[in-house]
Design a protein around this ligand. Structure first.
Ligand SMILES: Cc1ncc(COP(=O)(O)O)c(C=O)c1O
Length: 399
């Protein structure tokens, strides 16, 4: 027998649904793929060189807890990026390298969701729309997903004040994505601090997915560790209680295929993630850990990649004007366009323009009879600049 939660509570994955949606349409001669959030730029050459150089180390099992060099590089990056005083983070306690952030945002549910909370089924709060691994983690760990709409009315971030006290009482895990996929809204320091306080009051784990944090337009996104440290009342004993953040090289460094990310924060939660990882998680190849350390230590390639996305957004603004309610997101690399009917627009763009986008409703769930993504399409600006310009120009004509 197969786990019925897997069969009945998880839909087909959005990209499979997309393929079904357009299966009856002719295949365009030169399709442009803007549906998947996979940066098409190259992995920096110095990182590729390290992977090739160190492949011979593949006869050894990689350490579950990460190499000291990688853990130290991650700590150094976090302290520089979020202006944490040097020495705030201990590389042996506060960080754990992962095979991409997807592994972490899924498995934090395995770690954080108990059988019952206060005698009830545990709730997992999820922004709606959302990255699908949150739902996978919530459902397969036995939690009940509770979706919080993050729409125009809420500034594209979930309104945690709207969660009833009864639900908070049984909440064991809270997801936040900042900058968000797909809407690109960044949570302020004050927003995060209020949420940290709510999670602590209700003994819930707060998992902040920050995998887009290095891709932003004007304002540098705040981080969960920075927020927690600034409100610390433990005299530095446990400033990150209940909080973990997830990061990745996939978007920051064009390195989606390297499968490298990390979790950082509350040392007890990090230790439990390591315990889980030693029992069943994937290890990260040593050559990849070595390349990852070099990538976290370098900012030049990140500045260049970020500038490329800023240029793409400038092009989108000038080409689309206010078509599809275009707005400039705080961060990330998606356009979130209100086209009235996301599925119909997706079919039209494919049939008439050879452009593949994702219907917004495929990354959100219905709440009270309404799916907040249904009116939208998600457009990933991950192709090179000239392809992006051509695709957006064609989109503006078709929409
Ligand atoms: C919001 C969000 N979180 C996590 C991930 C996972 O990324 P990775 O596992 O490549 O780090 C993605 C990838 O698209 C994402 O969009």
């Amino acid at each position: 027998m197969i786990n019925p939660r897997l069969v009945h509570e998880l839909n087909e994955y959005p990209f499979a649904r997309l393929n079904t949606l357009i299966a009856d349409l002719p295949q365009p001669a030169k399709p442009i793929i803007l549906s998947v959030g996979e940066p098409q730029g190259p992995v920096p050459q110095f990182a590729r060189d390290i992977v090739v150089r160190d492949l011979g180390m593949s006869n050894k099992y990689p350490p579950n807890q990460g190499t000291p060099e990688l853990c130290k590089a991650i700590v150094g990056w976090l302290e520089r990026r979020y202006a944490l005083p040097p020495g705030t983070l201990d590389w042996q306690k506060h960080v754990l390298p992962l095979a991409g952030s997807k592994e972490g945002v899924y498995n934090i549910a395995t770690v954080a969701v108990p059988q019952e909370k206060n005698g009830q089924k545990p709730a997992v709060l999820i922004p709606n729309p959302f990255y699908q691994a949150y739902l996978g983690g919530a459902v397969l760990s036995g939690g009940e997903p509770v979706f919080l709409n993050a729409n125009q009315a809420t500034g594209f971030l979930p309104d945690f004040d709207s969660v009833p006290a009864e639900t908070w009482k049984r909440t064991s895990l809270v997801y936040l994505c900042s900058p968000g996929n797909p809407q690109g809204a960044s949570a302020s320091l004050a927003y995060m601090q209020k949420l940290i306080e709510q999670c602590r009051r209700h003994d819930a784990v707060l998992a902040i997915d920050e995998c887009y944090t290095e891709i932003y337009n004007e304002t540098v996104p705040a981080g969960g560790l920075e927020a927690a440290l600034a409100m610390d009342e433990t005299g530095g004993k446990n400033p990150f209680a209940n909080v973990v953040v997830f990061h990745s090289l996939s978007k920051r460094s064009n390195a989606a295929g390297l499968r490298s990310g990390f979790v950082a924060g509350d040392p007890y939660i990090v230790a439990m993630m390591l315990r889980w990882k030693t029992y069943g998680g994937p290890q990260v190849l040593i050559p990849i850990q070595n390349a990852a350390a070099a990538l976290w230590n370098d900012e030049a390639h990140v500045r260049e990649i970020r500038a490329g996305y800023q240029e793409r957004f400038r092009i989108a603004k000038s080409v689309l004007h206010n078509k599809g309610g275009f707005f400039m997101p705080d961060g990330g690399f998606f356009l979130w366009l209100d086209v009235g009917d996301g599925e119909a627009a997706t079919r039209k763009l494919w049939a008439e323009g050879g452009i593949k986008v994702l219907p917004g409703g495929y990354v959100s769930r219905e709440v009270d009879g309404v799916n907040p993504g249904d009116r939208y399409i998600r457009v990933a600006l991950v192709q090179d600049i000239e392809t992006t310009r051509a695709a957006l120009t064609r989109m503006a004509e078709i929409l």
